[in-house]
Design a binder for this molecule. Structure first.
Ligand SMILES: [Zn+2]
Length: 219
């Protein structure tokens, strides 16, 4: 999970919200806006998703917070899995609702609540561990279940790819140091540039699970 600033909604949404004509709710512009803000990744688990969904942080079910249904500050981009888990809250009372960590909360710092740990002998499996009560509640199976198998294996896949890139970069640099003449060879320089660019993307906010990897002390 990484902190995200929502910023102003798209102009189309503002116009509809101002007019109060909710039948014209601008689904597509709002979803496009969310995709940009959350960089095509689920706000909660950070997986890239083919079927992004508009999700309400405060559940809008009967007796809950329906007044925030059209509040864009309450909108998050979510994968189907996290949205389904959050959906359960709609059937609960306000008191029984759990509030997972919110990446859009002011001053949100995931490192206060969560740590990522590589499982020994786990082929790159990264487990998220709650440090405080809010972190533990978020990670737990009845919270957002952030260690569910599909997520753990996708994180492991990305983590292995990242380590592979770093190894390739190290080897190429060592070769170039050992044989300085290679510096002049366009192919090696291009390979190194491509690897550096791929590494930059993995480490940037665009990278899938970048927040999780940043929480790992063994980067
Ligand atoms: Zn998710």
């Amino acid at each position: 999970m990484r902190p995200v600033t929502l910023g102003p909604p798209p102009a189309e949404a503002l116009a509809v919200l101002a007019s109060g004509r909710m039948d014209d709710y601008p689904e597509k512009p709002v979803l496009r806006w969310l995709l940009g803000i959350f960089r095509n990744k689920c706000a909660y688990c950070e997986s890239e998703t083919d079927s992004p969904e508009r999700e309400h942080y405060l559940p809008k079910g009967v007796g809950l917070w329906p007044e925030h249904e059209f509040d864009w500050q309450n909108l998050r981009l979510s994968c189907h899995g996290c949205n389904q888990i959050k959906e359960v809250m709609n059937g609960r009372s306000k008191d029984a609702c759990r509030h997972p960590l919110d990446p859009c909360a002011a001053g949100f710092d995931p490192a206060i609540h969560l740590r990522a740990r590589e499982v020994r002998g786990g082929m790159g499996l990264i487990t998220l561990v709650g440090i405080d009560g809010a972190g533990k509640e978020t990670v737990a199976p009845d919270g957002l279940d952030l260690n569910r198998e599909v997520l753990a294996s996708r994180r492991a896949e990305r983590w292995r790819a990242y380590r592979d890139l770093r190894r390739q970069a190290r080897e190429l640099r060592a070769q170039l140091r050992a044989r300085p003449a290679l510096h002049g060879e366009a192919r090696h320089a291009r390979d190194l540039r491509q690897i550096a660019e791929a590494l930059r993307k993995v480490r940037s906010d665009d990278g899938e699970f970048v927040g999780v990897f940043r929480l790992s002390r063994r980067r």
